[in-house]
Design a protein around this ligand. Sequence first.
Ligand code: ZN
Length: 317
Amino acid sequence: MTQVSPHGLHHVTAIATDPQSNVEFYTRVLGLRLVKQTVNFDAPETYHLYYGDEQGSPSSLLTFFPWPGLQPGRQGAGMTTATAFSVPGSSLGWWHERFKGLRIDVDPPRSRDQDEVLTFRDPDGIVIDLVASDGDHRSGWDGVADIPTEHAVRGLHAITLSERQLDPSATMLTDLLGMSVSSEEGDRARFGMADGGSGALIDVLGGVKDRGLQAGGTVHHVAFRAPDLQTMRAWQQELIARGVSVTQILDRQYFKSIYFREPGGVLFEIATDAPGFDVDEPLLELGRHLKLPPWLEPDREQIAAALPPLQLDVDVP
Ligand code: ZN
């Protein structure tokens, strides 16, 4: 039997409102690299902005659909309610001071389970945690002048799913997706993929009563890593054999993807590591220009005209 066993988080995709404040926040404030400026392939009147490390490596990626004027959503059950990035162990104080200085909505650093965490909210109210993680040897992106390399964000650390019931989601993560339980306490459990380090962790919080509402400022879906297309195809067949309703393999230009829902309602995606973000522009140029997949290229003029202008290289006030 094929075992479906993703080896880490691939990306998290969330819904923003204003694309300009989104790009300013994630590049200038948090210091991620804008690695792709494209459109939502399923709704090309909207941007799809990808942020990550220098190459846009899997496990470093947070992406957004910005819908100007969209009403705010509501956090609740059936959603990814927090996204954590890892930073070096000694960096939380530095980030706390930086956020305070920039008047970002931030809580003081605190201990949560085994982690030291700094929680803040982006301009749309999306909850992001920075977690101190000394075991994370990824290099991050050092392209932002006022963020010293030693404090740079390394990549995704963990996500948190909020659920009405812990057990059905836990069963899918362990029995179907091959994850291991690394800790469990009351209504909260942590699951690990592969070595269970930074970028390969899921926290599930059960007992959340009210369902969330997906709109501005909420996470749309989370994606897990498949090493290659052949493996993903085998996993897709295994999901089907186990009665999970899964999509066909979709061409996302920078990776191939399948989608399915976990029992609590969170949309899961499995995405291949290849081909990556330098498939349609050189590494040095990533994110500088609007890129479209070949099937949307004939409509470029119309698509570009409908998108709000995006100004890169703005300074944080
Ligand atoms: Zn995705």
